[in-house]
Design a protein around this ligand. Structure first.
Ligand SMILES: *[C@@H]1O[C@H](CO)[C@@H](O)[C@H](O)[C@H]1NC(C)=O
Ligand SMILES: *[C@@H]1O[C@H](CO)[C@@H](O)[C@H](O)[C@H]1NC(C)=O
Length: 270
């Protein structure tokens, strides 16, 4: 008789163990850290978008410093080894050891987030992007021969960055549904920019000033070359950071109460 008593107890014990194991597997996901404000996905679109704006703004200080625990690198400064440009025929310019500052200093102008297809359109205002680098220049600017190497300072102010971000849901190796960013495009328009090139002609100030003003009067030629590179550096950095943040959490943690079945189709909301 006692065997009959034992058996269900054992079974219950096993069931409890299994339940505990299942629960702890389900909670093996990390808890949402303080720096990440989560938005209730059942809110109406406008409120959800407002919450998303706040959420990104609250992240900004962490983007500046990075977060070691989550392998989130600091955005200050962004680094680029080398870039070459030919702003005009007969003029070669190279820059190396570029440091790009203030990419984390932005203000969100507009945010459109379609939760159903995870498409995010984000316009940010970047008041001041600064680039410090070493340059090397050789050739002619407006028929004037020019050569030199030294420090280059670029100040691009009142920039708008229009970001097109595509997220994708996927199931990870443990069967947890997650999100990653599959595309991150960024178009930058610059309000005002200045280039300052030190030490042209081995430091001849008069000639150096002439060339600097020639460059600044023909800045479009330089910006056309520079902007696509800047867009690449910034979008890669933002993309990398965003993926580093979301990879730790499940879709359900990031978008709680997402109305999966609102239209019965599983993914679509009206
Ligand atoms: C960059 O340019 C803006 C606007 O012209 C100016 O306010 C700012 O002080 C400049 N920053 C640096 C570091 O030169
Ligand atoms: C964004 O990051 C993901 C994951 O690291 C990568 O697969 C994708 O190619 C990146 N896209 C861009 C535009 O950088």
């Amino acid at each position: 008789m006692s065997q009959w008593k034992m058996a269900p107890t054992k079974a219950t014990f096993t069931a409890i163990l299994l339940a505990v194991a299942t629960i702890s597997a389900a909670t093996a996901l990390e808890e949402i850290p303080k720096f990440l404000q989560i938005c209730d996905a059942s809110m109406e679109t406008e409120k959800f978008e407002q919450c998303a704006i706040e959420s990104i703004s609250k992240l900004q200080p962490y983007l500046q410093t990075g977060v070691e625990k989550y392998n989130i690198p600091s955005l200050e400064p962004l680094k680029l080894k080398r870039l070459k440009f030919n702003p005009a025929t007969g003029l070669r310019m190279q820059a190396k050891n570029l440091n790009i500052y203030q990419a984390s200093n932005f203000k969100i102008n507009k945010l459109k987030f379609n939760l159903d297809n995870l498409h995010l359109q984000l316009d940010v205002f970047l008041p001041n992007i600064l680039i410090e680098a070493q340059y090397d220049i050789n050739g002619k600017i407006l028929l004037l021969p020019v050569y030199g190497s030294g420090n280059l300072h670029v100040n691009a102010s009142n920039c708008i960055g229009a970001c097109t971000i595509q997220g994708k849901r996927y199931t990870d190796s443990e069967g947890v549904e997650k999100v990653h960013i599959s595309e991150f495009g960024m178009k930058i328009t610059v309000g005002k920019a200045t280039f300052k090139i030190d030490n042209l002609f081995n430091g001849d100030k008069v000639l150096g000033d002439i060339i600097n003003s020639a460059i600044n009067n023909n800045l479009d030629l330089f910006l056309i070359e520079l902007l696509p590179l800047l867009e690449d550096v910034l979008s890669n950095a933002f993309n990398h950071t965003a993926n580093k943040i979301v990879e730790h959490f499940s879709f359900a943690q990031l978008f709680p109460n997402y109305p999966e079945n609102r239209t019965g189709s599983g993914r679509l909301r009206q």
